[in-house]
Ligand binder design. Structure first.
Ligand code: FAD
Length: 431
């Protein structure tokens, strides 16, 4: 028998590693591990992502039992869980899909060593992207740092065969026939059910048809909302790209942003911790904790910023346009280190993904590889005029907007703008 280990690819259909495991000709036993090292870092014991993963894994478990097999659902440090399973089942090989985050790469290196030490094969596959690692490089053989040439090279290298679905359904009879097991309840892994729900994936062509014109309007439900599903693999990237090719090039470009940031983090893992551009590594942040708390709570007195933060706190989602506005406000108007904002988003976003989060925060800070120039500072009021003219989005999230209970602005924007420019210029001068 062979083992297939699910990580951020929580689906049976169109799953590269699972398909190859099934094609090995050996019975396949499936595994998911709630990684105790990751879970213990989560402060909120009602974390909505954990609830979503738990529900998804429970559903996979139900589906697999229909085939006379099971999903082994374990809790612990992956290496220790795997060591124990190797003793118990003696698999000939471990199959899995690749994950490119620094923690996952280190973990998988250790799993490979474990496999080698036990004479087992270790097979990993590309599944969460169309192009991974160094598949898209510039003509000089270096990683692209700027999005547009990366996107052009991505499109040039793309072939239709790359989105052919992996037909796992043909081979589900090859699963290891395993007696029933149970999925540990949430409490057994130290969590309870979140009141925040992850909306089911909807592959809605109608939304994509008008996406180009409406995607920047936060009051409308006009973006796909597929990000948590791409994050946890409850839909496949091949399915998403096929949809984009059929309906909307602008949307395809968003999916390419996702891969652009993934390859950046892969090649420059330290960008998760420090500004990509060295000249911005010594910005003299103000880092005022009270102001940070007001930003987190949506009480800055800037309605678009506050509406966004309240949407995030209540739903785990925030519209992309508003993410840009709140990020710019935190960094430029309040002069708070982008890493504080990145960490807050990491706690709250249902779609939190290290590469996209860091990449976008560094874009907003002007410190990234291909960033918004540092001197372009969003005016939070002009953003309302452009994107929420009728205050529809704002009033949805701030019912008290316009009444005496709504706070006064935390800072005067044009003063804050000048202050930010001076601090950024000083950092450049010192570099
Ligand atoms: P759609 O507009 O329907 O786009 C389709 C898909 O393309 C998304 O699901 C996502 O996978 C990808 N995508 C779209 N825009 C971007 C982008 N700018 N960068 C990377 N991928 C993109 N996205 C995350 O998935 N995880 C994050 O942690 C994250 N953090 C962000 C932080 C900031 C400060 C900003 C400005 C953006 C961040 N984004 C992040 C990008 C973007 O806001 C979300 O992907 C998008 O809002 C998700 O909604 P959607 O699925 O309806 O997107």
């Amino acid at each position: 028998m062979v083992l297939f280990w699910f990580r951020r690819d929580l689906r049976l259909h169109d799953n590269a590693g699972f398909y190859h495991a099934l094609k090995s000709g050996k019975p396949v036993l499936l595994l998911f591990i709630f990684d105790s090292d990751i879970l213990c870092q989560l402060n909120d014991k009602e974390d909505a992502r954990v609830t979503f993963i738990h529900e998804t894994v429970s559903e996979l478990h139900r589906q697999l039992e229909q085939y006379g097999s099971t999903l082994l659902v374990k809790y612990g440090k992956p290496l220790e869980v795997l060591k124990q399973l190797v003793q118990e089942y003696g698999p000939e090989a471990i199959y899995t899909n690749r994950d490119y985050e620094p923690y996952a790469r280190e973990r998988d290196k250790q799993v490979l060593e474990l496999a080698e030490a036990h004479g087992m094969a270790y097979h990993s596959f590309k599944d969460q992207v169309i192009f991974e690692r160094s598949e898209i490089l510039s003509q000089s053989g270096t990683p692209y740092k700027v999005y547009t040439p990366y996107k052009n090279a991505w499109k040039k290298s793309f072939e239709q065969s790359m989105i052919k679905p992996y037909a796992t359904e043909k081979y589900l009879g090859k699963l290891y026939q395993h007696p029933q097991t149970t999925v540990p309840i949430l409490a057994a892994i130290g969590f309870s059910k979140s009141s925040i729900r992850t909306p089911a994936a909807r592959l809605a062509p109608a939304i994509l048809e008008s996406y180009h014109d409406t995607r920047n309007l936060p009051a409308l439900d006009a973006t796909s909302r597929l990000s948590p599903h791409l994050r946890f693999g409850t839909i496949s990237i091949r399915q998403a790209v096929a949809l984009a090719l059929a309906h909307n090039d602008t949307w395809l470009q968003e999916l390419i942003w996702r891969e652009y940031f993934m390859q950046l983090l892969f090649h420059f893992p330290s960008s998760a911790e420090e500004s990509f551009a060295p000249k911005f590594r010594n910005i003299n942040w103000r880092n005022n904790e009270d102001e940070f708390a007001r930003w987190c709570e949506g009480k800055t007195g800037f309605p678009l910023v506050d509406a966004g933060m309240r949407e995030l706190n209540q739903t785990g989602f925030m519209h992309n346009r508003v993410r840009m506005v709140v990020a710019s406000f935190l960094i430029k108007d309040l002069l708070i280190d982008w890493r504080w904002g990145e960490a807050y988003f990491a706690e709250k976003l249902l779609d939190y993904e290290l590469a996209s989060n860091v990449g976008n925060w560094q874009w907003a800070a002007g410190t990234g590889a291909d960033a918004n120039p540092y001197f372009r500072i969003f005016n939070p009021d002009s953003q309302i005029k452009k994107f929420d003219k009728q205050y529809e989005y704002i009033k949805r999230w701030i019912p008290a907007y316009g009444t005496a209970t709504y706070p006064a602005p935390i800072v005067e924007h044009s003063f804050a703008r000048d202050r930010a420019l001076a601090v950024y210029k000083a950092a450049i001068a010192e570099a």
